[in-house]
Design a protein around this ligand. Structure first.
Ligand SMILES: NC(=O)c1ccc[n+]([C@@H]2O[C@H](COP(=O)([O-])OP(=O)(O)OC[C@H]3O[C@@H](n4cnc5c(N)ncnc54)[C@H](O)[C@@H]3O)[C@@H](O)[C@H]2O)c1
Length: 350
């Protein structure tokens, strides 16, 4: 019997890699993290030590020369596309942090490359693996919502601007709160709506506070000169099935909550709020409401996401977060930016 383990390489060994991806891979006994690539040698060494990996690289193209089954990409957003394409070209299955890319053209290029090579490609949308995410999906799949005709998506922070250049510099991130936290709530909501096709989007993205000095920030100071993304965005979406959606996302705002993540679905049979897992329906002609019972209790959603990716590769299952779904999420966000810049309604290229 072969003792060869499933061999993984990590590209980008920073915050999210060290906090949850490396522990998630180490939680799988059949897996070995072979190497880490990071442009920062110190970060690569630190992540490799945590991963028990013997090889460290500053250029990910060198990591990709190794005998690897899969690559896990945790770099700033704008590095996702070249790293994913290079990994696919090298014949590796790929899991990549959100947002997979900041344009639909890039998502399509990656997805078509993966399909042509019969390789798995998964976007790291860990909210789908949380306890309330799983519970909401099960409640909707059981038919309790009916047809979703409208949704509200909110990813709104009061003082939660991430100061790292990888988030605030458009050349590295490609977008602000939309691409950072909006993408989480939007992906979750689209998943609960069974991914209708967005056909028209109107949006506005603006920098209200982040260029100035008037707002407090829980995570400290940031470079105002380098700040080049929105700090607030809103969008209105029409879908091909007639459903509509309102989206709002911010890193800074005057609101009571430090952070509000919300996907609220209005259906013909019921209504649902995530992540509260609260539902409303009608029983015997009267409105009834309650909290969903949770079919599972997920301790570590990122670990569950990594385990699902591993499972799809070794057991030849479809990607748990396929690019064909991701392109609709990115298509909405991209259309919000285009609509804001050009002052018109936009047809997403999904
Ligand atoms: N799912 C979540 O909950 C979650 C949370 C935080 C971040 N993220 C995503 O994870 C990604 C990374 O975020 P982070 O917070 O870990 O950032 P980070 O800055 O802490 O880490 C990114 C690392 O990538 C490295 N890097 C940059 N360019 C590189 C290149 N060309 N080759 C190799 N390494 C390179 C940097 O040196 C850094 O160590 C982002 O896409 C972000 O959106 C997801």
């Amino acid at each position: 019997m072969s003792t060869r383990k499933f061999r993984v390489g990590i590209i980008g060994g920073g915050g999210i890699a060290q906090a949850v991806h490396i522990p998630g891979w180490k939680n799988l006994p059949e897996v070995e993290i072979v190497g880490v690539a990071d442009v920062s040698e110190a970060t690569a060494k630190k992540a490799a030590a945590a991963a028990g990996a013997s090889q460290v690289f500053s250029d990910y193209r060198d990591l990709l020369k190794l005998d690897l089954d899969a690559v896990d990409i945790c770099t700033p957003n704008k590095v996702h596309t070249p790293a994913v394409l290079a990994a696919l070209e090298a014949g590796k299955h790929v899991m990549c942090e959100k947002p997979l890319a900041v344009t639909t053209a890039e998502v399509r290029q990656m997805g078509e490359s993966a399909d042509a090579k019969k390789l798995k490609l998964m976007t790291g949308q860990h909210q789908r693996f949380t306890t309330p995410g799983v519970a909401a999906k099960a409640w909707i799949d059981a038919g309790n919502l009916g047809e979703a005709y409208h949704a509200r998506v909110r990813a709104m922070r009061r003082a939660g601007l991430p100061p790292a250049p990888g988030f605030i510099d458009a050349k590295l991130s490609g977008g602000g709160p939309c691409m950072d936290i909006g993408v989480h709530a939007l992906d979750l909501c689209m998943w609960l709506m069974n991914f209708p096709k967005p056909v028209r989007v109107s949006g506005s993205a603006k920098t209200v506070f982040a260029k100035g000095h008037g707002m407090p920030n829980l995570w400290g100071e940031w470079d105002r000169e380098r700040y080049s993304v929105e700090d607030f965005a809103t969008g209105y979406v029409h879908f091909d099935n007639g459903a509509t959606m309102v989206l709002e996302s911010a890193w800074m705002s005057h609101q009571e909550e430090q952070e509000e993540l919300l996907a609220q679905l209005y259906g013909t049979k019921g209504g649902l709020k995530w992540p509260d897992a609260k539902f409303v329906t009608v029983v015997n002609g009267t409105h009834a409401q309650g909290s969903l019972t949770h079919p599972v209790n997920v301790q570590h959603p990122h670990w569950a996401e990594i385990a699902a990716f591993y499972d799809c590769v070794v057991n030849h299952k479809p990607s748990p977060v396929p690019w064909t779904e991701t392109i609709k999420v990115i298509g909405i966000l991209e259309a919000i930016y285009i609509s804001s810049t050009e002052g018109r309604e936009v047809v997403p290229t999904v």
